[in-house]
Design a protein around this ligand. Structure first.
Ligand SMILES: Nc1nc2c(ncn2[C@@H]2O[C@H](COP(=O)(O)OP(=O)(O)OP(=O)(O)O)[C@@H](O)[C@H]2O)c(=O)[nH]1
Ligand SMILES: C[S@@+](CC[C@H](N)C(=O)[O-])C[C@H]1O[C@@H](n2cnc3c(N)ncnc32)[C@H](O)[C@@H]1O
Ligand code: SF4
Ligand code: SF4
Length: 319
């Protein structure tokens, strides 16, 4: 596996298949790519299925053994099944989706080779869901989760961004996954970097403390040093890039934008590397440079300022 200069091996890639989306979530970082609003039609600048597959074949040679398809909304791609079918056998294939297109399509994705799915669901309340996602698709998302379970995807992880507008729903979501086998919960710390709105952030340590009181068992996942709490039989994982000093130190992922640029960190857009015309040697060269130049974001690229906030580390400003 290729290792960066901070000793972090790259074992996974996250491929954004499109920046289009049928939702307009108020918190959306769109994997660092800006606004999701705009036309829904397929666009010329998106990587083709051939481009995606060629990239995956190259990084497989570096020992990358998992791929996550994301977006925007990856299920807006009509050729998603083809891409999954052509993904190298050695890779675990997962997807993160808003769930609206899973009904009627989940089985075909599983037949193509999809092994896991994460569905974003920020509340168990229709009105709040509408407010956060700016869509009226609440029932459709619940149907999507059922469709994923019916298609044999187990577990289905529900992604919930914890911020001012959803914090009150955490307890209900924890109960929900405990009561429904096959579901797990990922509580994602709101990252304001690409969205602005630092005032929406809530103290994720309070959520950790509450879960620690409720939990029957607590585990650590090596990936990102994430904590997992087992509450009444339900699993709750906290994704806390901002608050967890070891999160970035255990980051083993490289990202690819829908336009085919490599990206060493979700929160940065100043390190994009083109894969050229996407020949295998060009992809290899860009991948190696991306890995070599990766740095942990929180704690290295960004450091604490005197007021408890974050500022760019001076050495990267001059670079
Ligand atoms: N800053 C940062 N945030 C991440 C990272 N991985 C996940 N997240 C946050 O968590 C969100 C949901 O991630 P997912 O892709 O659904 O799932 P996952 O966290 O990769 O978890 P697995 O399915 O277990 O691989 C992302 O869109 C980010 O907001 C990461 O490497 N860095
Ligand atoms: C960008 S979306 C792309 C995939 C798909 N459209 C979805 O919503 O699941 C991937 C994940 O990022 C999370 N996310 C978006 N903006 C975020 C932010 N500012 N902070 C933390 N997580 C965020 C979403 O909740 C979602 O789970
Ligand atoms: S569904 Fe996903 S990509 Fe679309 S706006 Fe919401 S978080 Fe962003
Ligand atoms: S370095 Fe940190 S912020 Fe960047 S992608 Fe990795 S875990 Fe996320």
């Amino acid at each position: 596996m290729r290792e960066d200069s901070f000793g972090r091996e790259v074992s996974g890639v996250r491929v954004s298949l499109t920046d289009r989306c049928n939702f307009d979530c108020v918190y959306c970082h769109n994997e660092g790519l800006g606004d999701t609003r705009g036309p829904m039609d397929a666009r010329d600048h998106e990587m083709s299925a051939d481009d995606v597959v060629r990239f995956l074949e190259v990084v497989e040679e570096y020992g990358v053994d998992s791929v996550k398809f994301t977006g925007g909304e990856p299920m807006l791609r009509d050729d998603l099944e083809e891409i999954i079918r052509r993904t190298p056998e050695s890779m675990e294939v997962s997807m993160t989706t808003n769930g609206t297109f899973l009904p009627g399509r989940a089985e075909a994705l599983v037949d193509a080779g999809l092994e896991r799915v994460n569905v974003s669901q920020d509340a168990l309340d229709r009105e709040q869901f509408k407010h956060v996602t700016q869509s009226g698709a609440y029932d459709r998302v619940l149907e999507g989760v059922d469709a994923a379970l019916d298609a044999g995807l187990d577990p289905v992880k529900l992604n919930m961004v914890v911020f001012e507008k959803t914090a009150g729903y955490v307890e209900g979501m924890v109960e929900h996954v405990a009561e429904n086998s096959g579901l797990q919960l990922q509580l994602i710390e709101f990252m304001p970097e690409l969205v602005g709105k630092p005032e929406w952030a809530v103290d994720i340590d309070r959520v950790h403390d509450w879960l620690a009181d409720e939990a029957d068992e607590i585990e650590h996942r090596e990936m990102h040093d994430r904590k997992r709490y087992w509450v009444n039989g339900g699993m709750v994982e906290i994704v806390d890039p901002v608050g967890n000093a070891n999160f970035c130190a255990n980051c083993h992922r490289v990202r690819v934008t829908h336009e085919g640029y490599l990206k060493g960190c979700l929160n940065r857009n100043d390190d994009l590397k083109s894969m050229g015309e996407m020949t295998k040697p060009e992809i290899q060269e860009a991948f190696e440079r991306t890995v070599d130049e990766r740095v942990p974001f929180y704690g290295e690229y960004m450091v604490r300022d005197g007021d408890g906030g974050w500022e760019v580390n001076e050495k990267y400003v001059t670079a």
